[in-house]
Ligand binder design. Sequence first.
Ligand code: NAD
Length: 405
Amino acid sequence: MRSHQVGSEAGAAVSRVRSAAAGVGRLLRTSGVLWTASIVLDRAGLPAVGLWPQRTLSYETLNAQVSAILQGWGMSGAHAAITAEHLLYADLHGIDSHGCGMLHDYYRGLAAKRLTVTPTVSIVQEGPTTALVDGGGGLGHVPADFAMKLAIAKCRETGVGAVAVRNSGHYGAAGAYAAMASRAGLLGIATTNTRTPAVVATRGVEAVLGTNPIAFAAPTADAERPFLLDMSTSTVPVGKLMTAWRRGRAIPEGWAVDPDGSPVTSPRRAANYRRLTPLGAAPEMGSHKGYGLAAMVEILSSVLPGLRAAEDGDQRVGHFFVVIDQKRFGESAAFESALGAMLGALRASKPINPDEPVLVAGDPEFAAREERTRNGIPLSRFVIEDMRAVCRASGVPFLLDDVDR
Ligand SMILES: NC(=O)c1ccc[n+]([C@@H]2O[C@H](COP(=O)([O-])OP(=O)(O)OC[C@H]3O[C@@H](n4cnc5c(N)ncnc54)[C@H](O)[C@@H]3O)[C@@H](O)[C@H]2O)c1
């Protein structure tokens, strides 16, 4: 019995070494010696990856590369354009955790046949103010775009539109969809659950909920600068662990815990444990409120559209969208001027440090958009090399190449 156990442990170790060697071989062929050496050093605990400079690319170049990858996977031109627009919303708005950096993950889902790139998005059930949409088992950007447009159309007719989506996938930044409503001059809410649980309950050590974001947009006089709150209900989303890892930075205590519930500061260990804290980090800092918000999002995005946890441990992804017409509650101009005055008063409130004025939700992302539209979008070497690997594996030309190797 014992010798059988030792034999199978040795077999598992050999297969781990073989798969690591195959991975290094692949990396060498795709990205060259220096990058491979950096990754190996990084895995050994020396943060070499963070020493590589970022590369700055225009929105147009990235859009061409992302669209080429998606179409190379077999996605239609129309679906690729919608997916690229919502994916690059994140990169353009400084939300580096949810843009191009996700492509490698999406490719893994495709290779594992977990998702399709030719989904049929359909309305399952519909009333004057509500609808249930089936996402067809693909990425979430297209069904979310479809559902938000449907909610906006219903809202224009009746004053309110609420659309739930089932059988969908990761849709990137929730704010991209809430902003569709505010651009249409309406109030918008967008939520989603996630495929794999990554957040512990307050008092718990098991990952039981997703990072389940909520976005809320309210239109101001400037259609491109609404009030736009877009936040995960965990202290940070998983993508921020990956961003810290790619930059070679430790994470603060309170973002994530180990299987005993003790704080973890290595982003790599935290990503492996996948046990983030609910917003608030600890009970004495109010984590029960983040936990409650995450459960609320799960109810709206998963229980409401009829999704349940699957037997393989993966949840099915669902979304929820609400659009409200403020004109049904009084004059639109009065709403906009009252909101403008409210936001102005918040921004004008006295800061702790005069160099760091008080902001309102959306301000950091709009500042990033202005800066990145002018100067380009910075991408870490990690993301560039991941995209190179995805292009190679998908037989798609790599268009970002005057990167120094
Ligand atoms: N699709 C998914 O499965 C999924 C899961 C989790 C998160 N996400 C996305 O990840 C992104 C990042 O989430 P996050 O929680 O890290 O966001 P964050 O902490 O960076 O920002 C949250 C909100 O706070 C606002 N904000 C930031 N600084 C502020 C300040 N000083 N004053 C006032 N407001 C301020 C921002 O404008 C934003 O609206 C979001 O786009 C979210 O939708 C997606």
